[in-house]
Design a protein around this ligand. Structure first.
Ligand SMILES: Cc1ncc(COP(=O)(O)O)c(C=O)c1O
Length: 389
């Protein structure tokens, strides 16, 4: 049966909700995703959490002992991991643009691999840092990521510069599929393609070649289109970098309604306290399909259930196009100021991917719930620009 986080997560506030917008993450739902991952991909699969999808320190501390390492995209994320005491954790560095400072910071981690994205980046690598080659796959969504097949062949065959120490063997290959058009068949094809490339170049990858996959699993990958994932064939050790596929569904976002009104164009609009300040990507990113996005309406701490529903444009308080949380969300007809909207599937790309300084809307708080315990893990020094003077 599908797990419905609504009663369990919101009842823990005993009717006294925080008085400003908040996120709450369900640790047990994340644990369920971790178990689903281990079941679907088997013992060769290692789970790395994509830090950019939710770098909340409370969540990272909870995750660290339960996963096999982290994947980061910037020097800042590396500093965050070090600051949290995860300097010994296995770390991969992906992301298409890496600064020299990021590459230097990577060199300070004991168990690190950098997925290089271009020949320029390969040339800039500090010596001694294990490197894997990010390759472009026909099945990948974006043609901008990774080496073309020609660039890949050049990288494999390039003799080391005469004065430089011989380049060590590559650690493996990396591919990012992108979540757009995800299917398990595409994922398997990409894995098979990379396995074939590794086998075709014996000696170029050592010690044991590793595949790294940023598969862009959708939040609900474990029952995608109603299907359970098929058993996967992995050609060897495989590191999966997963963000939304781990925490997307485990988080809820709750925000008060500031106004309900109609426009001249005939739209019914709900304006909430927040919007792009709290969510880096609109909900469709987290839930994958617009039709999947739901919201519950609460009034005085009680869920409002009405037979009459209406379609609303739900927007943050900026009310511009890029601040629309949902263009046609079905809500109880009576929605009004001081009600709260609660969105499930909001655990990834939330407040720390948002635009916190703009306009000075209330910052969202963050809670981590596990069993009977609820911890306030709000990032306290995440101050508004306006408060810094
Ligand atoms: C290289 C890489 N790995 C992992 C991820 C995490 O993706 P997701 O949050 O869809 O799991 C991304 C997202 O863009 C990425 O670019």
């Amino acid at each position: 049966m599908e797990r419905n986080p609504e009663p369990e997560l919101l009842s823990r506030f005993h009717g006294h909700w925080p008085d400003s917008p908040f996120f709450i993450y369900d640790a047990l739902a994340v644990a369920g995703k971790i178990a689903a991952f281990r079941g679907a991909f088997g013992p060769e699969a290692r789970l790395r959490f994509s830090v950019k999808s939710n770098p909340n320190p409370g969540l990272l501390r909870w995750l660290a002992p339960r996963i096999d390492g982290f994947d980061v995209s910037s020097e800042t994320e590396l500093r965050l991991l070090r600051g949290l005491g995860f300097g010994d954790a296995p770390v991969s560095v992906s992301g298409p643009g890496k600064t020299d400072a990021c590459l230097r910071a990577a060199a300070g981690f004991a168990d690190v691999v950098v997925h290089v994205d271009s020949e320029d980046e390969l040339a800039a690598m500090p010596p001694g840092v294990p490197v894997s080659l990010r390759i472009f796959s026909d099945d990948a969504f974006s043609a901008k990521l990774g080496f073309t097949r020609e660039a890949y062949e050049r990288a494999l065959s390039a003799p080391p510069a005469p004065s430089a120490a011989p380049r060590p063997a590559f650690r493996g290959l990396h591919v990012y599929l992108g979540r757009e058009g995800f299917s398990f068949a595409r994922l398997q094809r990409a894995v098979d393609e990379m396995g074939a490339l590794l086998r075709a170049a014996p000696g170029k990858f050592r010690p044991a070649p590793v595949l790294a996959i940023g598969p862009g699993l959708p939040a609900r990958w474990d029952r995608w289109d109603g299907n359970r994932p098929p058993p996967f064939r992995l050609p060897g050790p495989c590191e999966f970098e997963i963000g939304r596929g781990l925490v997307g569904e485990a988080g809820m976002y709750a925000t008060p309604v500031l106004a309900r009104k109609s426009t001249d164009a005939g739209d019914d609009v709900v304006i909430v306290n927040g919007g792009l300040q709290h969510l880096g990507s609109p909900f469709v990113t987290a839930a994958q399909k617009l039709g999947d996005v739901r919201a519950w309406l609460f009034r005085g701490g009680e869920r409002v259930r009405e037979s009459g529903e209406k379609t609303f444009v739900v927007t943050g308080s900026l009310c511009l196009g890029h601040d629309i949380l949902h263009p046609r969300l079905s809500l109880p007809e009576s929605v009004r100021r001081d009600d709260w909207l609660v969105f499930p599937c909001a655990g990834a790309y939330g407040p720390t991917a948002g635009v916190p300084h703009f306009i000075g809307q209330d910052p969202a708080r963050e809670f981590l719930a596990e069993g009977d315990r609820t911890e306030d893990v709000t990032v306290q020094d995440f101050r508004l620009y306006h408060e810094c003077f």
